[in-house]
Ligand binder design. Structure first.
Ligand code: 26W
Length: 815
């Protein structure tokens, strides 16, 4: 790698001349960005060759494969420059060539191959696996179109296709020689040969899966490079096309091509709603079959036999979307390797582990038998057999097992329950925060917990602190490093050393300044984009995440409405100055969530144009919340809104990103908020509302009556009346669905129930904010305790407890 800016400059100019064949002055920003990425990739691949070499010398490390429908990786360039440790060299070298590194960084498309939490978690895990020296690779889909771009028109969300590949994506390398054929539909012919059943898949529709590899560079260790493999669907060969073309059957030939390409065409923009579409099931099997095909092929090449497969390979399934890994691995062992059922099953279960990310019933995947049977006939037969054997075992093991037989089988009422398949077919199932895991054990999968108690574990989520603190917040990172040294970058627990500065007035003052600058930077961006001015002295109260009823953006809106109502009556009723910042995408078909976006806009418009509120309240909705925008927002936040209905948010990871950037949490006892509270102590977090236990009990006994809240709380009554009138809009019907959800349908997410305690707790927080010294101490305390929420900690736990894989980094250190 380059040792100084001159050697970088020479290499860059040489590469530029080689691939562009013109002078730098003639080149576009894209040319310059492209050259830089190609150069980095080549330099790094030299290191990769070295990795393979060293790995072969010692005992081969266990390979971990992280199967996920989504990888929300965002931009890579800046992160990679920091990881490799050459950001300054490159910045200065390019500057001498009159090139602004920031402009090149802006050229990169934000790879949005994910919806939200689950996809971003997968991306954070890739970084931490590489950093810790776990040989861990991502396996997913190379969607031609990622998550839609959100445009707000007149307060309404509209969606624009995210054509992220339009200029090309220089980080990826196409590997046509590593392609795999995936088979759909057709029929199975069964033959008995020497007492054994042989299964022939005939008349199937073949699809070629072509891999594109993206290198994952680890922090400060160029030798530990992992791979993210994304599969693209292509027609198998031109033969079929040609034959049809020659017969004059053009439309049929073209429809075959587009049907195949549809598989990796677009990411489903649903983050919690299982729609049960055939194309989605095709996507799921497509990347499962391609990924496993490649893994088995390379394993066999290295080891000859598959007998010890699960000792050398761990397959992790990120939610149930890749749960077809279980029958597919069985199919490979039985049909292609001629192994018997028992042995195949033992290896499969031993290799596979599963993470659950949601308890929302509408998000749990269930596929109609008819759909699966037609699309994947052999996989269907295997699922049937898994189900049959499981039920048989239950009957043998449990006396009186009617109850168990009702809730745990894979096949129920003409549907295939993917979570049940995932639990039965893996050796480990985990929730993503302690509370979530407890809910899984005691409620959602209670019966499974009776049967397979030993399989359940908790692995609380974490986030990549090198992206969301080190890279996203350079000013804070510098301040922290000056105070406690650079060790926190590789060991986030060292952030605890910041406690030594708790009483250091000058340090706290600097911390305040950093926050102010970050707020200014965000304000500038908002001013430029939306023409709304935010005062950096005001409290930035931030609520950014997918828009969903259970995440209760509505509760926050009611808070703003209430403050506004009170300020109109009495300008002294509320102390301090506030900027309420919202952001997030709604699934295109989720009308309720879209109304929430419209509501925020209408409220923002009303308040922002009211001159009397100028010094007091501002409301802004940031368009197109994505990874890059998130990296701007977290460093500028004072208050982090984590206000889901308790029990509904499995973990949350935004809560952790805010925390490490010094924001204080205003939240319910839900997901990882519970653990954040334990880490910082009651006095450094603002907790309100029903507990998960109370919500579950209300749901059970149905004693909650939302009308009671309406009648007993005049402030709330006023807000609801405003919602149901033309107070915000000429059209009083616009927010009728929201109003009805609260009063006609009894407020499923307890918005009205939690309103009062939310307001009280918000007021507590705002009082403390007025005392900047106290606030900054709490802010520092939050940063100091955020180390446990680094994904490095999470991945260590996965490696030791679930994958039984080595973290080469720590072992090297101990030697
Ligand atoms: C089939 C449609 C569908 C698509 C995505 C259903 C469910 C999902 C995901 C499981 C939803 C998701 O992203 N869950 C989030 O996962 C995060 C990472 O663990 C958690 O922090 C969030 O609390 C959880 O909502």
């Amino acid at each position: 790698m380059f040792s100084d800016k001159n050697s970088f400059k020479d290499a860059y100019l040489e590469k530029y001349a080689e691939i562009k064949g013109k002078s730098i002055e003639e080149g576009t920003l894209w040319d310059k960005y492209h050259t830089l990425v190609v150069l980095l990739k080549e330099e790094i691949s030299l290191c990769r060759a070295f990795t393979n070499y060293t790995a072969d010398q010692k005992q081969p490390a266990k390979q971990v494969y992280y199967f996920s429908m989504e990888f929300l990786i965002g931009k890579l360039l800046n992160n990679y420059l920091i990881n490799i440790g050459i950001q300054t060299i490159v910045h200065e070298g390019l500057a001498e060539l009159n090139i602004d590194l920031q402009e090149l960084i802006a050229q990169e498309s934000d790879a949005g191959l994910g919806n939200g939490g689950l996809g971003r978690l997968a991306a954070c895990f890739l970084d931490s696996m590489a950093f810790l020296g776990v040989v861990g690779h991502g396996n997913g889909i190379r969607y031609k179109y990622g998550l839609f771009e959100q445009k707000i028109v007149n307060g309404h969300q509209t969606e624009i296709a995210d054509h992220w590949l339009k200029n090309g994506y220089p980080w990826e390398t196409r590997k046509p020689d590593k392609a795999i054929v995936v088979k759909f539909k057709g029929n199975i012919r069964v033959e008995r040969v020497q007492g054994r059943l042989i299964f022939h898949h005939e008349n199937y529709e073949p699809v070629l899966a072509v891999p594109y590899d993206i290198p994952i560079f680890s922090y400060e260790n160029p030798f530990l490079i992992n791979n993210l493999r994304l599969w693209s669907a292509e027609p198998l060969s031109s033969e079929l096309d040609l034959a049809l073309f020659n017969q004059g059957n053009f439309t049929q030939a073209l429809s075959y091509k587009s049907e195949v390409e549809a598989i990796s065409y677009i990411l489903y923009p649903e983050d919690s709603n299982h729609a049960g579409r055939e194309l989605r099931l095709k996507q799921e099997y497509f990347f499962v079959a391609a990924g496993l095909g490649a893994i088995v092929r390379s394993y066999k090449k290295r080891n000859g036999t598959l007998k010890d497969f699960s000792q050398g390979v761990a397959i992790h399934i990120n939610d149930t979307h890749p749960a077809l890994c279980i029958p597919e691995l069985m199919r490979i062992f039985i049909d292609e390797e001629g192994m018997d059922w028992e042995e195949s099953w033992n290896i499969t279960v031993d290799a596979i582990s599963y993470t659950n990310h949601t308890i929302m019933p509408e998000a749990l995947e269930k596929w109609p038998v008819s759909l699966l049977k037609n699309l994947l006939p052999r996989i269907y037969m295997i699922i049937e057999e898994i189900d049959r054997r499981f039920k048989e075992k239950l009957l043998r093991r449990f006396f009186n097992c009617e109850e168990l037989l009702r809730s745990t089988p894979v096949m129920r009422e003409g549907q295939i329950c993917m979570a049940n398949l995932a639990i039965i077919g893996s050796h480990s199932i985990n929730g993503v925060a302690r509370l979530h895991t407890e809910i899984l054990k005691q409620h959602v999968f209670k019966d499974f917990h009776r049967i397979f108690g030993y399989k359940f574990t908790n692995l609380t989520n974490g986030v990549n602190h090198r992206r969301f603190l080190l890279t996203a917040n350079p000013a804070l990172s510098e301040l922290v490093t000056e105070a406690i040294g650079p060790g926190w970058k590789t060991n986030a627990n060292e952030l605890k050393k910041l406690h030594n500065y708790q009483e250091d007035a000058s340090f706290l003052e600097q911390l305040g300044k950093v926050k102010y600058q970050n707020k200014q930077r965000l304000a500038l961006m908002i001013q430029e984009k939306q023409g709304i001015y935010l005062d950096p002295h005001s409290l930035y109260d931030v609520h950014v995440k997918r828009i969903h009823a259970y995440k209760r953006q509505l509760l926050n809106v009611f808070k703003v409405m209430d403050l506004y109502n009170r300020l109109q009556r009495d300008p002294e009723a509320v102390q301090g100055s506030y900027s309420f910042i919202f952001g997030g995408k709604a699934a295109p078909g989720y009308h309720y969530a879209k109304s929430i976006i419209k509501l925020i806009h209408d409220l923002a418009q009303k308040i922002n144009k009211d001159q009397r509120m100028k010094e007091k309240l501002r409301v802004v909705f940031l368009e197109n919340f994505n990874v890059s925008l998130a990296e701007r927002i977290y460093p500028a936040a004072d208050l982090s809104e984590q206000i889901s209905t308790a029990s509904k948010e499995a973990s949350g990871t935004g809560n952790m990103k805010f925390m490490m950037n010094g924001a204080l949490t205003l939240g319910t006892l839900d997901g990882a908020n519970v653990e954040i509270k334990e880490a910082v102590g009651d006095e450094h977090i603002f907790i309100f509302g029903l507990t998960a236990g109370e919500v579950i009990e209300y749901n059970r006994n149905r004693s909650y009556k939302s009308w009671d809240e309406y009648h007993t709380n005049p402030r709330l009554k006023k807000i609801l009346e405003q919602l149901n009138s033309n107070y915000l809009l000429e059209n009083a019907q616009e927010f009728r669905a929201i109003y009805d959800s609260l009063l006609l349908y009894n407020d499923e997410f307890y918005v009205l129930k939690d309103f009062e305690s939310y307001m009280r707790t918000f007021e507590e927080a705002s009082k403390i904010y007025l005392n900047q010294d106290m606030w900054l101490k709490s802010s520092l305390h939050n940063i100091a305790e955020s180390g446990v929420f680094s994904s490095d900690r999470t991945i260590r736990e996965y490696a030791h407890q679930v994958w039984r894989a080595r973290c080469r980094r720590i072992e090297e250190k101990e030697e």
